[in-house]
Design a binder for this molecule. Structure first.
Ligand code: BEZ
Ligand code: FE
Length: 288
């Protein structure tokens, strides 16, 4: 096609695919180009603006490492990661939510009722619940990969003073799908702002904060893996998560418990003298 115009460029693009092109690849790429072309027409994008966009991508590429992926962060703050989560979640199952960049593979196994906080100080929180199917039946022996920030607002991979496995643990629920562990409250924190994503947030007048949360990846044979987070109902950033990860069903409550009432049977039993908080949260998994 030698007479390409602003109105025909998307169709011309689609006509360049070969007949052997994978149909799903063609569908996705043709739609992507259509929307990108429409975006350029709609805003009347200038050369200068497009160059700035490309420079931001180049910067993102330069600072991306195995530990810090600026493209994933861009997808997160643009709402793309959350939108992909939402349109792929199963009705009735616990919502999925962003994985984030701070998950560490091969977390150490953690016994039922074990403690995640180690030597860190803070108000003790007991988190417990059940993993169930969509009919409410227990899923025996589901595996829960759990991680969170330390009280200083840093994940282990961001903090040279923490062991890489601090605040990371892998728990197997019992035959009734019951899981339980103790920890300290995670805190609200900011996404990294020293790259192009920080500049974009800044230019948009947006803050970089996420509400505090506990991360979970839950796996069980025959069920879809669930990557999610749970958020306390009293967090000031609950309604303005900069990566759009909060869903109504992922909100939990810290229920305050008086001193002297911490139960037996936990790794911390006998050591919790002051008040503590309890969180009850059940997860529902969809079948594959
Ligand atoms: C997190 O939850 O750890 C996270 C998620 C998205 C971007 C940055 C951090
Ligand atoms: Fe997080």
């Amino acid at each position: 096609m030698r007479d390409v115009t602003p109105d025909t460029i998307s169709d011309v693009f689609a006509s360049y695919f070969s007949d052997e092109t994978d149909p799903r690849f063609k569908e996705v790429m043709a739609a992507l180009s259509r929307h990108m072309h429409a975006f350029v027409r709609e805003v009347g994008l200038t050369h200068d603006e497009w160059r700035k966009g490309l420079e931001a991508m180049e910067w993102a590429g330069r600072i991306t490492t195995p530990e810090r992926n600026e493209f994933v962060l861009l997808s997160d703050v643009m709402g793309l990661s959350s939108l992909v989560d939402m349109i792929n979640s199963r009705e009735g199952a616990t919502s999925s939510s962003v994985l984030g960049p701070f998950h560490v593979s091969d977390a150490p196994p953690m016994a039922l009722r074990a403690d995640l906080k180690g030597d860190f100080e803070g108000e003790v929180v007991l988190v417990q619940g059940h993993v169930r199917d969509l009919e409410g039946n227990a899923i025996a022996h589901a595996q829960l990969d759990i991680w969170q920030t330390a009280p200083n607002g840093l994940y282990s991979s961001q903090d040279p003073d923490q062991d890489i496995m601090s605040f990371h643990g892998l728990m197997t629920a019992d035959e009734n799908g019951y899981y339980a562990f103790t920890t300290v409250r995670p805190v609200s924190y900011t996404v990294p702002t020293d790259g192009p994503v920080g500049d974009i947030l800044n230019a948009a007048g947006r803050h970089p904060w996420r509400p505090s949360h506990l991360h979970f990846i839950i796996k069980a044979d025959g069920y879809r893996d669930l990557v999610t987070e749970v958020f306390p109902d009293d967090d000031p950033y609950l309604d303005q998560d900069t990566v759009f990860g909060v869903r109504r069903d992922l909100v939990m409550r810290y229920s305050p418990q008086p001193a002297g009432t911490f139960p037996d049977g936990f790794a911390l039993s006998g050591t919790v003298d002051g008040p503590w908080a309890k969180v009850d949260f059940d997860f529902k998994l969809a079948t594959k």
